[in-house]
Design a protein around this ligand. Sequence first.
Ligand code: NAP
Ligand code: F7E
Length: 322
Amino acid sequence: MKSALITGITGQDGAYLARLLLDKGYKVHGLVARRSSDSRWRLREMGVEADIVYLDGDMADACSVQRAVIQSAPDEVYNLAAQSFVAASWNQPVTTGIVDGLGVTHLLEAIRQFSPHTRFYQASTSEMFGLIQAEQQDENTPFYPRSPYGVAKLYGHWITVNYRESFDLHASSGILFNHESPLRGIEFVTRKVTDAAARIKQGKQQELALGNIDAKRDWGFAGDYVEAMWLMLQQDKPDDFVVATGVTTTVREMCRIAFDHVGLNYRDYVKIDPAFFRPAEVEVLLGNPAKAQRVLGWKPKTDLDTLIRMMMDADMKRVAKE
Ligand code: NAP
Ligand code: F7E
């Protein structure tokens, strides 16, 4: 039985990845940071809460990260833990830098010293492209991060490349574009919109305040994207891969799809509020997943319309029960 360690197992991707690895017969360990309230709800939603070995730890605490690596004796480590909300990274730039940046080194060092055969996946991000330097971004596009989050993740990305080249570790980096699901955090724009559309439809909310709805994103489904993570660690050679759909859409159009699904016109409810604009915006992202398709045999299975409908259906049911 293979052993895997997932950091960030209580997050959206952690829950989908845990399900995938358990289905493949792995023993799954999860690094979980101490919180004062329950953080395992996604694992319950996925029906995997009881099947995971939980290890206490925090990415900012090198000792706990090291202990988790030793205790789990992992064949594969998936580093998904992060302060992942871009907007919050301007308010907590140092924490974001420590957790999303230096935390990666804590993990790579533990692997280098105590488990050098372990294969490592780093959750890199399209936010590293920021102010885009090419119309469609691939593995060779120069980076230009536009937030403390993007900057911290760029450190995490390069330290992964550096440990691969310096110590011959099987360390791969997935440069994933936005991916969503019914388990997405409520602060991200897709869930904010589907939750609000459901509430408005059911008379529990009157309007929805958003920021820059002209921003464009390449949105995919988290369930598809965790398969790409796993595939990266099954390759003979570690490498970097862009994971995206190759289609970009405005926030405005995404709102239209969500509200349409419940028979509403988004224009009647969406208000623009300057509070949701960012100090620096990433206006447009569009990924080129050709290498992932060619090398990993990976393709996205879910288009945006299907994804938003899936999220709307889940939010309509959840809001009705409240
Ligand atoms: P998420 O839902 O925000 O989950 C983040 C996870 O990290 C949670 O389990 C969280 O624990 C954990 N965490 C936060 N700070 C920690 C710390 N100091 N020590 C240990 N764990 C900590 O994020 P996601 O959407 O699943 O994304 C997974 C990873 O992919 C992240 O690294 C993110 O930056 C990256 N990424 C995401 C996307 C996307 O579109 N979703 C795209 C590209 C890259 P709590 O639950 O206790 O807070
Ligand atoms: O914003 C605009 C906002 O917060 C998307 C993270 O998973 O993907 C995610 O980062 C766009 C931005 O995601 C609101 O300005 C307008 O242009 O859903 P988001 P994000 O910032 O793209 C990347 C790949 C990651 O790596 C991150 O971890 O939508 N927008 N109005 C809004 N965004 C939010 N959140 N709220 C609004 O009211």
